[in-house]
Each structure stands twice: as structure tokens, then as C-alpha cells.
Design a protein around this ligand. Structure first.
Ligand code: HEC
Length: 152
């Protein structure tokens, strides 16, 4: 057997192992959907609080801003494998392309985590204009994924 064939077999084995691993985290497809929707819902609540402070709808308190940004950053570590469970595009707002274009989906997830990390750094620095622009960039990177991979 030539080297290319071995490479193909090895990567197929790795892919099957990886897929099995993701599925093993959740007993049922519905569990994966419920898990990720819960995470998104909670992080959405904290992100909305940030937005209210940025827009001046609630008083800007630096410590509270940092705490909420930190929670969003932590929560963003959780949901991504739950988005990769086969069949979970049914009965949810996940578009099937998120499963067939997994690399792109995960790229948008990482970009979002990077922007939220910058937002947290800006919150620590405490300068409102820096916080405002970092919040805008973070929000845009949430939206970038929703536009491509979330059903309206
Ligand atoms: C890489 C893609 C991606 C990124 C990045 C992303 N989301 Fe989402 N989000 C989704 C998808 C897909 C759904 C629909 C999930 C489902 O129905 O199972 C969703 C659902 C939601 C929901 C609805 C949860 C519910 O109750 O069902 C909220 C709120 C939300 N996202 C907020 C955010 C915020 C805030 C950010 C940025 C900090 C963000 N999302 C970043 C893909 C993403």
C-alpha cells in the first residue's frame, strides 16, 4: 500500500474517532441542542447587559462590565462541540451548513472568542471609548456567525 493510501486511512480513522468522541458527550441529539441553546441564552443575557451599559441605558460600572465580559468569555468556551452533533440541525435554529462547513463554523467561533477576549482586555483597561469599539467588534462577530449559520 502506498503512502497516500495509508494517510487517507489514518485520517479517516481519526475522523471516525473524533466524531464518536463528540457524540459520546451527549446521550441524545436533543441533549446537545438543549445544552448549546442554554449556553447561548445565558451568554446572550450577559452580553445584553454589556450592550445596555455601552449604550448608556444602564449606568456604566467598570467592575460590573468586566464581570459580565468575563462570564461571556468563559461561556464561549462551552457550546461548540454541541454544535457538531449530526442531526442537531433538525428541530433547532442551526443551519445544516454548520455541519457540512464545520471548519468555517469553528473559524467564526474562534474569531468571536478573540473579539470577546479583546473586549475583556478593554474592560480591564477601563477606557470607555476602547470598550465601545471592542463591544461593537464583538457584537459584529456574533452576528457574522448568526447570519451564516442560524436560521432566522
Ligand atoms: C460560530 C457561530 C456562532 C457564534 C460566534 C455566536 N453564535 Fe449565537 N447562535 C449560533 C447558532 C447556530 C444558534 C442557534 C442554536 C440552536 O438553535 O441550536 C445561536 C443562538 C443564539 C441565541 C439564542 C439561544 C436560544 O435561546 O436558543 C443567542 C441569545 C445567541 N446565540 C447569542 C450570541 C451572542 C451574544 C454571541 C456573541 C458573544 C453569539 N451568539 C455568538 C451561532 C453562533
Amino acid at each position: 500500500m502506498n503512502k497516500n493510501a495509508w494517510t487517507a486511512i489514518c485520517s479517516a480513522v481519526v475522523m471516525i474517532w473524533a466524531a464518536g468522541d463528540v457524540r459520546a458527550q451527549f446521550a441524545k441529539v436533543e441533549d446537545a441542542i438543549k445544552y448549546r441553546q442554554s449556553v447561548m441564552s445565558v451568554l446572550g443575557t450577559h452580553f445584553t447587559r454589556l450592550g445596555a451599559m455601552v449604550r448608556g441605558e444602564t449606568p456604566f460600572v467598570r467592575e460590573a462590565f468586566e464581570e459580565n465580559a468575563s462570564l461571556v468569555a468563559t461561556l464561549l468556551k462551552l457550546p461548540w462541540e454541541a454544535f457538531q452533533v449530526a442531526g442537531s440541525d433538525k428541530a433547532s435554529a442551526l443551519r445544516p451548513e454548520a455541519l457540512s462547513q464545520k471548519e468555517d463554523f469553528l473559524k467564526l467561533a474562534r474569531a468571536n472568542q478573540d473579539e470577546v477576549a479583546k473586549l475583556l482586555a478593554a474592560a480591564k483597561a477601563g477606557e470607555l471609548s476602547g470598550i465601545r469599539s471592542a463591544f461593537g467588534a464583538a457584537g459584529a462577530s456574533c452576528k457574522a456567525c448568526h447570519d451564516s449559520y442560524r436560521r432566522k
